[in-house]
Ligand binder design. Structure first.
Ligand SMILES: Cc1ncc(C[n+]2csc(CCOP(=O)(O)OP(=O)(O)O)c2C)c(N)n1
Length: 600
């Protein structure tokens, strides 16, 4: 078993991001199938896997996270090591399969990599995946740096097979996106085991599940004992009578702030190495647990009857950092407060995120604003239409929620405005189809605006079943959104060019006047993907501009208020470096003051 990789003297060392190291760990661990749905901070894992030879490892962007886990599980059933990757909220989507898979276990190793986002750098909520691991009774490994990210991922396949369980590897934004030197190993040659025809194991009938339940609970103790005996659970001697128990990135912060403190570094916060913890706790008069987000270890210790502190000093919300851990240690009395106050850091001016110049989503929101609709938004680049100047979205909950929310608004009978759900192509395919079926069957009076920019733009431009290209760049079937809607039973479907403002306005107006479900597909490729689109720039004719600012309402970053005075008045101007010539501003200009820029 490949539990501790011995350092090899001639091993290759490369600077890798945590996500690249995870991909490398999967590769070295003999993973044969890797599947993901993109989501920051996890996306680069599959992008990296996609660079390994296709004959050794299959790589796929699945339509959503549950499908990703189901595909990986299928490969595990077939006896091939498999991994799926997602961001924390993705595990909510995949959790139905996870909960059952915990009972079934695995044939070949099944690893689920989940990247949490403490501090919500790019997420709609803050979740601690470790709680999911405990909920599902599956072990969770928590690397503290990119080297461990590689080794723990590799190890996760072994543990999965040894203990007949899916194994979660938990990363966080800081680990996923930080680059550090990583010692590489060789790929393990793992032969496919073949399908094991075991009806009791593979088919979750209630009788089989009841038989498996005690095994799932017993597994906790067994895996906990493994961590008791494993050198991955590491006691680092130090000075003083306060012992720190820590795990993952929090370990790195503890070592930076108090390098000489006695530490018990865990590899997993579920299940815990209880014997090692008891032994460690017995040596010190005070135990402090340092963990990021929820008090998972702290609570388990308290249940074990071990007095400890943790969240009294270390915040439960937000991302940790050496500064925050230092502050906690000062409050806990482990460090003396500094005599001199640190000079105040200069405040960074906030820069709100913007839709790109020429973004095809802009016109769709101009159109729904024009009819004063109640707009249920969804998750994607287009969520930015919720902020000034567009301010065109009234609700946004989670991926795929827009259509269901719109149905609820319609069925409440309390909403008087036309009701529109707006949803991107990737999000529609991820989880927008079932609620559209619901809307049709229930005859909801709503309009669905599918914002088809032919890409999953928000997460950096990954392919989806609407792009017609696979993760490895091979051409494949592109789903036909019109046909999907018709097959569901939508009788009013119209596809329009997102840059044709007149056609879009008319389609949205007619759709909202239609009684029943109407779908408008606003179709234009993203300006950034797959290649940066650049048309000829437009310019403002200063003499004709009446400074009405209609064009400014688009929120296009290429358009700004003129800094110079013209004719005693301010006017608008267009930055030719940013403008891609989409012509939306020219279409909204009431005085025809915007035209193609003169070429020198
Ligand atoms: C459950 C879940 N999985 C993944 C993500 C990450 N994510 C945010 S938006 C998005 C998809 C955006 O693509 P699309 O709907 O096509 O809109 P676009 O950004 O292209 O405008 C993804 C994958 C998430 N927020 N939630």
């Amino acid at each position: 078993m490949n539990v501790q990789q011995k350092p090899k003297t001639n091993a290759r060392v490369e600077p890798l991001m945590g996500n690249e190291a995870i991909a490398r760990g999967a590769w070295e661990g003999g993973c044969g199938v890797a599947v993901a749905y993109p989501g920051t901070p996890s996306t680069e894992i599959l992008e990296t896997v996609g660079k390994f030879p296709a004959e050794n490892i299959y790589a796929e962007w699945a339509v959503n996270e549950k499908t990703a886990l189901d595909v990986a599980t299928g490969a595990s059933f077939a006896g091939v090591r498999a991994m799926c990757a997602m961001k924390h909220v993705g595990l909510n989507v995949a959790s139905d399969s996870l909960m059952s898979q915990s009972y079934i276990g695995v044939n070949a190793g099944l690893v689920i990599v989940v990247a949490d986002d403490p501090g919500m750098h790019s997420s709609q909520n803050e979740q601690d995946t470790r709680l999911f691991a405990r909920f599902a009774n599956v072990p969770v490994l928590e690397p503290a740096d990119a080297q461990e990210a590689l080794e723990y991922t590799r190890l996760a396949f072994d543990l999965s097979e040894k203990f007949d369980t899916p194994v979660i590897v938990r990363s966080t934004t800081r680990l996923s996106h930080t680059r550090s030197p990583v010692r590489l190993g060789e790929r393990e040659a793992v032969e496919p085991k073949g399908f094991v025809d075991d009806f009791r194991k593979n088919v979750t009938l209630p009788a089989h599940a009841r038989a498996n339940r005690p095994k799932v609970i017993a597994r906790e103790e067994i895996v906990g004992k493994f961590f008791d005996e494993s050198p991955l659970t590491r006691f680092e001697e130090g000075e003083g009578d306060v012992g720190i128990i820590t795990v993952g990135m929090a370990y790195s912060y503890v070592k930076e702030v108090l390098p000489g403190v006695p530490v018990l570094k865990l590899a997993s916060s579920f299940p815990l190495p209880k014997e090692r913890i008891r032994e460690f706790a017995g040596r010190f008069s005070r135990i402090i647990v340092v963990e990021e987000l929820e008090p998972l270890i702290e609570e388990q210790l308290k249940i074990m009857g071990i007095p400890c502190e943790g969240k009294a000093f270390i915040p439960r919300e937000g991302e940790l950092s050496p500064e925050i851990v230092r502050k906690g240690f000062i409050e806990a009395g482990l460090i003396k407060p500094p005599k001199k106050k640190k000079p105040a850091e200069p405040e960074i001016v906030p820069r709100p995120p913007l839709l790109c110049a020429g973004c095809p989503h802009i016109s769709s929101y101009m159109a729904v604003r024009a009819i004063d609709a109640r707009v249920c938004g969804d998750i994607g680049c287009y969520t930015l239409a919720a902020i000034e100047p567009l301010r065109a979205i009234d609700t946004c909950v989670a991926m795929g929620a827009s259509i269901g929310n719109a149905v609820g608004l319609a069925k409440s009978g309390a909403e008087k405005k036309p009701i529109v759900a707006t949803i991107g192509d990737s999000t529609f395919l991820h989880s927008g189809i079932p609620p559209l079926i619901d809307a049709v069957v229930m005859k909801a009076n709503i309009t669905v605006l599918i914002l088809d920019n032919h890409i999953t733009a928000m997460t950096g431009g990954q392919d989806n079943p609407g792009t017609g290209v696979t993760l490895r760049g091979e051409p494949t079937n592109r789903v036909d959104f019109v046909q999907i809607c018709k097959a569901i039973g939508v009788n009013w479907v119209r596809e329009v060019d997102s840059y044709d403002l007149g056609a879009l306005y008319q389609a949205v107006r007619e759709a909202t006047e239609y009684k029943g479900v109407a779908v408008v597909i606003s179709n234009r490729p993203c300006v950034l993907d797959p290649v940066r689109i650049r048309g000829d720039a437009l310019e403002v004719v200063q003499e004709t501009c009446v400074a009405c600012q209609s064009c400014m309402n688009l929120g296009c970053p290429a358009i700004s208020w003129s800094d110079g005075m013209y004719d005693g008045h301010h006017k608008v101007k267009i930055d030719p470096m940013l403008c891609i010539g989409c012509s939306l501003c020219a279409q909204v200009c009431p005085s025809n003051a915007i035209r193609a820029a003169k070429k020198d």
